[in-house]
Design a protein around this ligand. Structure first.
Ligand SMILES: Nc1ncnc2c1ncn2[C@@H]1O[C@H](COP(=O)(O)OP(=O)(O)O)[C@@H](O)[C@H]1O
Ligand SMILES: [Mg+2]
Length: 257
């Protein structure tokens, strides 16, 4: 089926060479991993949902002027993106204490933070994505100070926008991770939002019930991951069709309103 050249296979996605130079195809797999790949499973339908949700969020961010790598969705599992040089730093924005910050600082999960906090992690599976500071990022030349400033301001702007967007559908954006890349156009370079924004890399809690609608369902063996992602898609008003190549129990959602 795939005649394209495979460039990279990661934990959740495969990158193929795109139809034009400077483009890539991002293929969303059903694989779920956690704790640096120690926990691994296939969750049928996850890739289709993430492809659709990420498309929607990148489009909405694009509309408010956030530069992104997204070009268009090709099919149920694939999207066309601009090839960028990924900055090897994961940028995490937190609004409410959960996960590693709660553990590290001895905070109860769910405690609102005094303000949004930005953290950096070095992208390295071998090292388990260790937390780093701006000092490490500049000393090791992963990014220059101006790029760090750009990443922080785009991440915070995306956080404000996405927090409001999710609030409007009864979901609290607890935290999320994003990745950035360098995009060259002629001889100018800019930093754009890359990779994906989906329930795999966000913490999303139902405002009323506090129910988790994100990858913590997998990390914490809560079950119901696809149903939770479907619920996010449904509230966003997205239509996610059943994948004919999969069994008939995949997501079939109707557009709300
Ligand atoms: N536009 C892009 N250009 C080049 N690489 C990208 C782009 N968007 C995302 N990537 C990279 O592609 C990979 C996506 O696959 P994923 O399964 O998430 O990998 P990983 O296991 O490294 O997290 C990531 O390493 C990500 O940094
Ligand atoms: Mg990834």
């Amino acid at each position: 089926m795939n005649r394209r050249r495979r460039i990279y296979e990661g934990k959740a996605k495969i990158l193929y060479e795109g139809p034009e130079p400077g483009t890539l195809i991002q293929h969303f797999k059903d694989d779920a991993t956690a704790f640096n790949n120690q926990k691994h499973d296939k969750i049928e339908g996850k890739g289709v949902l993430n492809n659709r949700i990420s498309e929607y969020l990148f489009q909405r961010l694009g509309e408010i002027g956030v530069p992104t790598h997204f070009i268009k969705r090709m099919n149920m599992r694939e999207q066309l993106v601009r090839e960028v040089e990924i900055i090897p730093v994961e940028v995490v924005v937190r609004n409410v204490a959960a996960g590693s910050i709660a553990k590290r600082l001895g905070m109860e999960e769910g405690t609102p933070l005094p303000r949004s906090i930005v953290e950096f992690y070095y992208k390295s599976d071998e090292l388990g994505d260790p937390m780093v500071t701006e000092e490490h990022i500049t000393a090791f030349n992963w990014a220059v100070p101006q790029e760090i400033d750009d990443m922080m301001s785009v991440a915070l702007r995306a956080n404000d926008f996405l927090s409001g967007l999710f609030l409007g559908i009864g979901i609290k954006l607890v935290d999320f991770k994003c990745e950035f890349g360098r995009l060259w156009e002629n001889d100018t370079m800019r930093i754009v939002l890359a990779d994906e924004i989906s329930p795999d890399c966000c913490r999303l809690w139902d405002i009323e019930s506090q129910e988790k609608l994100d990858k913590d369902r997998f990390r914490r063996d809560l079950g119901g991951l696809v149903e939770a992602y479907q619920e996010v898609a449904r509230r966003l008003g997205l239509h996610v069709e059943n994948n004919p190549q999969q069994n008939q129990s995949g997501p079939v959602l109707v557009r709300s309103q």
